[in-house]
Design a protein around this ligand. Structure first.
Ligand code: F6R
Length: 611
């Protein structure tokens, strides 16, 4: 949570930092601030969005070539000016920005107060900067040494940047558990939570590892470990394109990302589905192929939308590869002493690759000897680096807080994985495999067709925009899609919504149905179609308002449902890739019509790097 950005070089730092903060705003947007070093160490910060900060500092002297900025998602202390970052130390000679959580802050704060440090905020971060100041005073050491020693005392997660009035041309940074990347330009350096604030200046980057301290001074980048051992920076080339992180004419990132799906699905299959050669390929599993073939069980760990993709994978892998699958919320798995053996494969799914619970679940499974396979979107992310092997989804940057194209890319990669496993284990016949390959190849075109329903779906959104509750029903492969549709609606429109397996209705939720309850039923033509039709009858008999997502040409459901959304037909196994599209559009339009901030929904942030 929170976005950090810093600059040291020959240009004006403030505009670079503000632009970077706008790019990082998806990570948190309840307050923002900058610290600029130009002889003085000036901190300007404000509750609200980065644009509020911009307005606030418009008349201030922001001239400086060294500085740092922060956009916050509150953990300790409510969003207000005082709790916004950067935070000064008591002497106001040191300032810090921080992404993460310091768990032992209360004990440290008490001790520091006894030493005379004065606190102005409720944050754990202010404790961190005062700890550094105190250590420097006690040991009469350099700032770098004080930061290093402070890292031995704090418990928790952090990506920090520290500036000192006494070190006018220097940036110090460190990380543990929160992402950090350094951009290396020509006589200039950038630090950020991800590469988006950096790409227009340089494509040479270094991903900082846990427990590393970064020192930028005199045109040099030095990295040392917390134990003070020098590290050689591993410089990588960024492949991110500037276009991919801009809205490209769409009013919201979410809409752009929904419409990008034909492309992102194709990208996630590229080089993996070779239709002409009738060949499937996934570099990431090659070295672990035998492990997959002999796996006694697959455990999938993920959160939120990625967990929904994991549920689709449960159907896929059990269906096609006949390996038992368990899908776990990473946050539960990590705390419930699960039984894991060396013959288990744990698949961790994460768009950001930074979700703290998923990372912790990986560490736990690793400690028990399981093989860990990661499915991540963000290249070089913590999860991608913590796993034994993996496959990137290649969906491109997802900036809208509500996940859309990441979901379909995850499902595509998981489909390919299940097909490869089915092939290697002999549980999928060549004919069935070939049929699926041919069908998978048609999915981008079918998603394009589903996107043409946009205007129709907007009209439905107009009718239901003031509803206070929604139910989403699906069965089989469409059950996780129902959960995903409900999650999309609640997170961006703040309408209460629940997803259910359609047949569960009669075990309780049916009591909720009356003429005011909209019900989205995903009823595409598959093995449970007839059953879902019966479920629709049950709802209709109780006057529920039905919006049905059906396969093109359906003749039965239009006679029963108030609204029908026809999507292109595909194999049951691949249907989630198509049936989720109208649900993404429905939630998007309802949220826009309700005047909600679609890309930055309240209380949320894009990557959840705290427990
Ligand atoms: C929903 C959403 C969240 C994320 C969840 C996991 O639209 O974005 O539920 O899916 O926080 O995030 P990742 O996939 O980055 O681990």
């Amino acid at each position: 949570m929170c976005g950090i950005v810093a600059y040291l070089g020959h240009r004006e730092a403030c505009p670079i930092i503000l632009k970077g903060l706008h790019r990082l705003e998806y990570r948190g947007y309840d307050s923002a601030g900058v610290a600029l070093l130009n002889g003085d160490l000036n901190v300007y910060k404000k509750k609200g969005k980065v644009s509020d900060l911009e307005a606030y500092i418009a008349e201030k002297d922001t001239h400086a070539t060294v500085g740092m900025g922060h956009t916050r998602w509150a953990t300790h202390g409510e969003p207000n000016d005082e709790n916004a970052h950067p935070h000064y130390s008591t002497s106001e000679r040191i300032a810090i920005i921080h992404n993460g959580i310091i768990e032992n802050y209360a004990a440290l704060k008490k001790h520091l107060q006894q030493q005379g440090h004065v606190f102005h905020s409720d944050t754990d971060t202010e404790v961190f900067v005062n700890l550094i100041e105190e250590i420097q005073k006690q040991n009469s050491c350099s700032l770098e040494e004080a930061v290093r020693l402070a890292l031995h005392e704090v418990v928790g997660a952090y990506a920090i940047v520290v500036l000192s009035k006494d070190a006018p041309n220097q940036l110090i940074a460190a990380r543990k558990g929160s992402p950090m990347v350094i951009g290396i330009g020509d006589g200039e350096f950038f630090i950020a939570s991800d590469a988006t604030p950096i790409i227009e200046y340089t494509n040479e980057v270094v991903y900082v590892n846990d427990y590393e301290i970064v020192m930028i001074r005199d045109g040099q980048l030095n990295i040392r470990t917390k134990e003070d051992v020098s590290q050689t920076p591993y410089i990588q080339k960024l492949e991110l394109e500037l276009d991919s992180i801009e809205k490209g004419g769409y009013p919201h990132f979410m809409l752009k990302e929904i419409f990008e799906q034909p492309r992102s699905i194709l990208d996630s299959m590229r080089g993996r589905l070779e239709l002409e050669a009738s060949h499937l390929n996934m570099g990431g599993i090659r070295a672990y192929e035998q492990k997959f073939v002999n796996a006694q069980r697959i455990i999938i760990v993920a959160c939120g939308t990625s967990w929904h993709a994991g549920l689709v994978a449960e159907y896929l892998i059990e269906d096609l590869a006949r390996i038992p699958v368990e899908v776990e919320y990473a946050s539960e798995f990590r705390y419930r002493n699960p039984i894991i053996t060396e013959r288990d494969i744990v698949i961790a799914i994460s768009q950001s690759g930074e979700t703290a619970d998923t990372l912790a679940a990986i560490e736990l499974a690793k400690s028990k000897g399981a093989t860990i396979f990661g499915i991540c979107n963000v290249v070089g992310s913590s999860i991608a680096r913590a796993t034994d092997a993996g496959a990137y989804t290649h969906a491109g940057p997802e900036i809208g807080v509500a996940s859309t194209k990441a979901f379909t890319a995850q499902v595509t990669v998981l489909t390919l994985l299940a097909m490869i496993m089915g092939q290697k284990r002999g549980t999928l016949t060549d004919t069935k495999l070939r049929e699926l390959m041919v069908e998978l190849d048609t999915i981008p075109a079918k998603v394009t067709k589903a996107l043409e329903l946009d205007t129709e779906i907007r009209a439905i959104a107009e009718i239901f925009k003031d509803a206070s509750n929604f139910l989403y029903l699906g069965r089989g492969y469409n059950f996780p899609v129902a959960l995903e549709g409900a999650l999309k609606l609640k997170e961006i429109s703040y309408i209460h919504a629940e997803g259910y397996p359609a047949a569960e209705m009669k075990h309780g939720p049916i009591a909720l149905i009356d003429e005011n309850m909209p019900m989205v039923v995903i009823a595409t033509r598959d093995s449970s179609y007839e059953k879902v039709v019966s479920n629709i009858q049950e709802v209709k008999a109780r006057k529920g308002r039905i919006i049905a997502v059906v396969s093109e040409g359906d003749k039965v459901i239009p006679a029963m449902a108030e609204f029908v959304i026809e999507v292109p037909h595909t194999s049951e196994v691949l249907m989630p890739l198509v049936s989720v599209i109208p649900l993404q559009l429905l939630s998007y339009h309802i949220a826009v019509l309700r005047g909600c901030n679609v890309d930055q929904p309240r209380n949320l942030a894009k990557s959840v790097t705290v427990e």
